[in-house]
Design a binder for this molecule. Structure first.
Ligand code: COA
Length: 318
């Protein structure tokens, strides 16, 4: 595969740390020093579908394709208020394409899952062009009366169009079974036959320290494995486009790799953690700002609930 178009959309409302401190027992100094986040965008007047459709349209425009030229639409989403139909179906109705659509839930590593599936579809000649949209609103499963997770998560959508090419040098997905490190159970209807107490739903729970440790460990392990597989060394990577979960996680990975800071672009300072949308949004911002040159080698890496991780090395060909 190769990436031929990028797009992104963030909600219009900027929420600073000080705004959160008005109703949570927290402060700007704590949040920015522990996470790197200074503000984030949260949905107010727009829906997640609006953001996903806007990111998709921009990616199509950037690819120079019309909606009918898309052969598959894959949406990466953890949760939204549609249990059914899939987000990808709703997005395609808005953008006007008529291709097979499906969603996948790979937590914050969902963009890499979608790339793996897209690569397989392109290799078997089942598709020429695939739209990958990552649309996430993790802010909607935080408890907004507590400070632990609501300071981290935010909303947004990022999209890419991929087509046939040989830019993808390596991709690696892993799962270490660990349900409890980040878990959130959706509340569904109860049937008259269910025995009360059999299925108790849990609100969002996260072991922040364990996530931190596993994130640094899995990302550097995956990146090293891909470098060994391809012969592309850490020095040969131009940019490390990592999941924007915590600036300290990014710094730890950078220190392990012994690479300079300029190779690790970030937007977490103003976006917060937008789950699987985080990498495609950052890619779109870097491309739009003229920071990516044809031939640049990018290393992508993300991790999240599962505990899952996904990484890739891809040449920028646009
Ligand atoms: N504001 C102020 N104080 C807070 C706070 C907040 N929002 N959240 C927790 N605290 C307090 C704690 O109560 C604790 O107080 P104590 O020392 O009196 O007990 C203290 O700050 C330290 O808490 P701790 O949880 O140890 O902080 P930390 O340095 O591990 O940072 C995270 C917490 C969540 C920022 C950090 O662990 C993290 O980012 N982990 C990764 C999470 C992540 O990326 N999740 C998504 C994965 S896709």
């Amino acid at each position: 595969m190769k990436i031929i178009g990028t797009g992104s959309a963030l909600p219009s409302l900027e929420v600073t740390n000080d705004m959160l401190a008005e109703f949570l027992d927290t402060n700007d100094e704590w949040i920015s020093s522990r996470t790197g986040i200074r503000s984030r965008r949260l949905r107010s007047t727009e829906t997640l579908v609006d953001l996903a459709v806007s990111a998709s349209r921009s990616a199509l425009e950037s690819a120079g394709l019309n909606p009918e030229e898309i052969d598959f639409c894959i949406c990466s989403n953890v949760a939204n208020n549609y249990v059914t139909p899939a987000m990808s179906c709703i997005i395609q109705q808005h953008i006007g394409s008529h291709c097979p659509c499906f969603d996948l839930n790979g937590a914050c590593a969902g963009f890499l899952d979608a790339m793996e599936v897209a690569e397989a579809l392109l290799k078997t000649d089942r598709a020429e062009n695939i739209l990958i949209v990552c649309a996430e609103e993790p802010s909607r499963f935080c408890n907004w009366e507590r400070r632990e997770t609501s300071i981290l998560f935010a909303d947004g959508a990022g999209a890419v169009v991929v087509s046939k090419g040989d830019a993808l040098k390596a991709i690696r997905l892993t799962t270490v079974p660990n349900r409890d490190v980040i878990v959130y159970q959706r509340r569904l209807e109860t049937t008259p036959f269910e025995v009360p107490g059999v299925d108790v739903t849990e609100p969002l729970k996260m072991n922040g320290r364990e996530v931190f440790r596993m994130a640094v460990e899995t990302s550097q392990r995956d990146l090293h494995a891909m470098m060994e597989e391809t012969g592309i060394s850490a020095d040969m990577i131009d940019y490390y486009v990592l999941h924007q979960a915590n600036l300290r996680i990014i710094s730890s990975i950078r220190e392990h790799l012994g690479q300079p800071e300029y190779k690790f672009p970030t937007n977490i300072e103003r976006t917060g953690n937008i789950s699987s949308a985080s990498i495609p949004i950052l890619l779109d911002e870097l491309y739009s700002a003229g920071r990516l040159k044809k031939g640049d080698m990018l290393a992508l890496s993300a991790f999240g609930a599962g505990f899952v991780s996904g990484s890739a090395i891809i040449e920028w060909t646009k």
